[in-house]
Design a protein around this ligand. Sequence first.
Ligand SMILES: Nc1nc2c(ncn2[C@@H]2O[C@H](COP(=O)(O)OP(=O)(O)O)[C@@H](O)[C@H]2O)c(=O)[nH]1
Ligand SMILES: [Mg+2]
Length: 207
Amino acid sequence: MPQPARASWDRAIGDLDRLPPDGGAEVAFVGRSNSGKSSAINAITGLKHLAYVSRTPGRTQSINFFGWGPNRRLVDLPGYGYAAVPARQTRLWAMLISPYLQTRASLRGLVLVMDVRHPFMERDRLLLEWVAPLKRPVLVLLTKCDKLGRQQALRALELGRATLASVYPRGGIQLFSATSGLGVANARAAIIRWLESGKKNPPVKGE
Ligand SMILES: Nc1nc2c(ncn2[C@@H]2O[C@H](COP(=O)(O)OP(=O)(O)O)[C@@H](O)[C@H]2O)c(=O)[nH]1
Ligand SMILES: [Mg+2]
C-alpha cells in the first residue's frame, strides 16, 4: 500500500536543485487554481488529508511531492488563474514549473484537472499546447461531476473528448468527482499504470 510520506518543497522559486532527487517515477497534477487538484490527489490515494485543500484559490505556490509507494510520487503543482499577484505567477511558471516539466526525467505523465462546468479555459489550452512537444501522456479529469446531472456530465465528456482530440490527440479524458468517488478507481489505475511502466529510472542513492 502506498506510503503517506510527505515531502513538501515550498521555497526558493527557481531553485530546481532543491527538488527531491529525480529518481523512480512521478505523476504531476496541473490545472487552474481551485479546479480540485489537491482533492483529486486525496481521493486517488485514499488519504483524505494528504494534499492541502483550500477554500481560497491560489494558495498552493509551491510544488508539493507526496510519496506514494517506494520511489513513486504524486506531485501537486501550483494552479494557474486567480493570481493575486500576476507577475509572481508568471515568474513561478517561468522559473520553476516550466523547467520542472521540461527537465524532470522521472515525470511519467500529467493529470490535467478541470472543473467539468468550465473545461478547456484559455490557460488549459495553452498548457496543452505548451506540453505537446514534451510528449508526456496526459489524462484530463473533468471533476466536480457531482455538481451536474448525469446527462449534463455525459454531454460535457462528449464535448471534452472532441475538444481534446483537436488540441491534444494523445490525451485521455474522463469524468471525476472527489466527492462522490466517480471515476476515482479509473484514474488511480491509469496513474499506477504510468508509474509502473515505461523506462525504469534507477533509484537515486540514499532515497
Ligand atoms: N463538489 C465538489 N467540490 C470539490 C471537488 N473537488 C474539489 N472540490 C472543492 O473545490 C475547492 C478547491 O479544491 P482544491 O482541491 O483545493 O483545488 P486546487 O486549488 O485545484 O488544489 C474546495 O472547496 C474543494 O472542496 C469535487 O469533486 N466535488
Ligand atoms: Mg491545491
